[in-house]
Ligand binder design. Structure first.
Ligand SMILES: Cc1ncc(COP(=O)(O)O)c(C=O)c1O
Length: 431
């Protein structure tokens, strides 16, 4: 690849990246990024790109929001790193108290363990679940993505690439069916999934060996898959019936992404543990496991630790970005702009045959792409490349879905601009 949109030194950059960045690293687009602001990325040559990825559902207040930048700069003058185990750090408490007010009622006095990335937060959650219950088994869902570290990866079942060649992982994980299946229209998917879990608990694994069930309220990596409306409330009941903890992984869905502050609000379900990351850090690496107080009280002191977890710069960025999300009504904007975007795409479905199912809540939207026979289109990467050439940044999820998860500050004309480019690229790539 000699050139991309007139970027100087592009061929060298690609060559070096391919050699010096681990082969295991995947990349969505060919864009050589130089800077970012608000809804846009800029490449080295100065070309502007409308960003429909937000660093994968992370930069919810937009890139380099001036108030977040300012908060980070001020914090950098004060203290950059502490290792919070060294003493007491008031902003840590301020952040936990703030998030507790946004979580469901039972989390008003929840205890948090702050760490650095999504996978790590999941590791903390499963450690807590196993340690406080003394039970070895965790149930997870087929299609789930909970991260790539060895414990979180054991729970993940979205893509075999992450596991092939690894050998044995953390034991005690059993996968159960997630209630989403477009080819089974009309089937009672809730009953199928819960029926499977009940059978498992009656015939194969004793409930007293099961610590928890972990679930993404809307599955992310495997294609923005939304469960039926009765599913999460019924899953909560099943956990109560068998005495199992319910862990929600809101790492991708949290902080307004789905048009609610947290996706669990769509169904009014209260889990026992919540994992947060991505948008939580306002663009800096920050994640957390929030557990109800009665669980926290059962955890042994010093059972877990982290050098960088709860880093002061990340806490400052997090506090500021939560303030912005609330003050600027970005959760509402996520719902309104998401609905507007879905309606625009739906209205083009008749013209653009390659558009299959469109799914989503708020600004967490997946568009299935199908070929001329209606089968899953295998080369979504081509659509991403064409979009980048026209100034739109996209990513994929699932097997054949275009993933749309822009910053929550997006406005109508940016939605229209992005949709127009996307449609052109779908038509050009699929026909
Ligand atoms: C739902 C969910 N859980 C966990 C993770 C893992 O997060 P990280 O990549 O920060 O380890 C992700 C990342 O995409 C995610 O979407």
């Amino acid at each position: 690849m000699k050139d991309f949109r007139g970027n100087p030194g592009y061929e060298q950059l690609v060559k070096k990246s391919e050699k010096l960045i681990s082969k295991a690293f995947g990349r969505y687009t060919p864009i050589p990024v130089d800077s970012a602001k608000g809804m846009y990325l800029f490449d080295i040559a100065g070309n502007r790109y409308l960003d429909f990825t937000a660093g994968i559902a992370t930069c919810n207040v937009g890139h380099c929001h001036p108030e977040v930048v300012d908060a980070i700069k001020k914090q950098a003058d004060k203290v950059i790193h502490l290792m919070d185990h060294i003493g007491y750090y008031p902003p840590y408490i301020e952040l936990v108290e703030k998030v507790n007010t946004l979580l469901p009622e039972g989390f008003r006095d929840a205890a948090a363990f702050l760490v650095n990335g999504g996978s790590e937060a999941v590791e903390v959650a499963i450690k807590l679940a196993r340690m406080v219950t003394g039970r070895p088994v965790v149930l997870s869902f087929l299609g789930a993505f909970h991260g790539r570290t060895m414990g979180a990866l054991a729970l993940t079942a979205s893509n075999m690439n992450y596991k092939v060649g690894l050998g044995s992982l953390f034991t005690g994980v059993h996968h159960v069916p997630f209630p989403y299946n477009p080819s089974k229209k009309g089937a009672d998917l809730t009953e199928e999934s819960l029926g499977f879990i009940r059978t498992l608990l009656k015939s194969a694994i004793h409930p007293e060996d099961v610590a928890a069930i972990i679930i993404e309220p809307i599955q992310g990596e495997s294609g923005y898959r939304i469960p039926p409306d009765d599913f999460l409330p019924e899953l909560r009941k099943l956990c109560d019936e068998f005495g199992l903890l319910l862990i929600f992984d809101e790492i991708q869905t949290g902080f307004g992404r789905t048009g609610k502050m947290f996706a669990l609000e769509h169904w009014n379900v209260e889990p026992d543990v919540i994992c947060l990351a991505k948008a939580f850090g306002g663009g800096l690496p920050l994640s957390a496991m929030f557990a109800k107080q009665e669980l926290n009280e059962k955890w042994r002191p010093a059972a877990h630790g982290s050098t960088f977890g709860g880093n002061p710069l990340a806490i400052a960025a997090s506090l500021k970005s939560i303030e912005i999300i609330l003050r600027d009504n970005l959760v509402q904007n996520s719902w309104e702009m998401g609905s507007y975007l879905v309606n625009l795409l739906e209205s083009e479905k008749k013209r653009v045959n390659a558009i299959g199912e469109i799914r989503g809540k708020g600004l967490m939207i997946a568009v299935d792409i199908v070929d001329n026979e209606g089968n899953p289109f295998e080369n979504c990467k081509d659509i991403l490349y064409r979009a980048a050439e026209k100034g739109l940044v996209l990513s994929t999820c699932g097997t054949n879905s275009i993933r749309i998860c822009p910053p929550l500050i997006i406005n109508k004309s940016q939605v229209e601009e992005g949709v127009e480019i996307l449609l052109d690229c779908i038509v050009d790539a699929v026909g």
